[in-house]
Design a protein around this ligand. Sequence first.
Ligand code: FES
Ligand SMILES: [Fe+2]
Length: 353
Amino acid sequence: MNYLRNIWYVAGWSDEIAPGACLERTFLEESVVLFRTASGAVQALQNRCPHRFAPLSMGTVVGETIQCAYHGLRFDGAGQCRHNPHGDGAIPRAARVKHYPVVERHSAIWIWMGTEEKANADLIPDFGVIDAENNYVGKDYLAVKANYQLETDNIMDLSHIAFLHPDSLGNDVVREAETEVIQDGSTLWSKRQTYRERLPPALEAHYGSPPGTWWDRWFDVRWDAPAAMLLWVGSLPAGTPRTDQSKQIPFVHLFTPETDITTHYWFATSYPRSMGPRYEDRAKRDVAFLRAPFEAEDLPMLQAQQMSMAGAEFWDLKPVLLAGDAAAVRARRLLDKLIKAEQQADQAAKAGT
Ligand code: FES
Ligand SMILES: [Fe+2]
């Protein structure tokens, strides 16, 4: 499987790893141990001790190191063995494991799966809307049994909410929305604007909209490689012109491939703290409201798509393209191009050495 490697992937929410805790996760088919040391830093290492290949995630965090559960070697965050409890205690030269650069930002842990020297924290897309200092953040996680690019299709083409989520999120008007795709460098926007729609009763009730109100609603999704999306949803009473000041709510969708056919899915929403403390609970309730259709409707569909594809490559199946596909297809092509460019650069570098 081809993955883009020189890019930041989400490895978890920051609060998933308490000080002194460790956690195994697989990213891009590589098992990684994440741990938070005594000083509070999150570290990521290949999850395999170089002695007898025990998973380091079975071990314990000791100060700034993780101690292998089998024979007690300790490794620091750089992957260097710092303690050997056997013989004269000398550290064998080969006693080191692969280290992955990690950054904590926007309530999340970001991991770099590519060449370490290229890891630059400035390349993390801006998800300041879920910075906990200034926002009440509601966040959650789901494990998806499907390829991560099927998830990109799902978010970039929200016409599906008319069909898959008619009781919670969508209706027929969404299908008829005006759509627009904008590319800004390697960032894409998929925009969808509806006119004169009635929200499903469950959504009206959740947001306290008087039953039967007519709305104009928009869904603007920003995409950055490999699969990091920020969706802004706003609504105005039908016929009201939208301005830069129009209120909108952010929804964050972050996908990291676990394998070719399984995906980690972190999602979140937020309200600025300046809106007052009651929005803390509101953000949590909003994310719980979303989890229901994601879990009961999107996940089974994605899993069924993956099984239906039976191991074939997406483009080899010659997918029929529809009007609403433009943004999702653009994202796939852009990602393919980035992967190809990375592989060519790697080959050129190898040939040159
Ligand atoms: S397997 Fe880790 S110390 Fe032996
Ligand atoms: Fe959905």
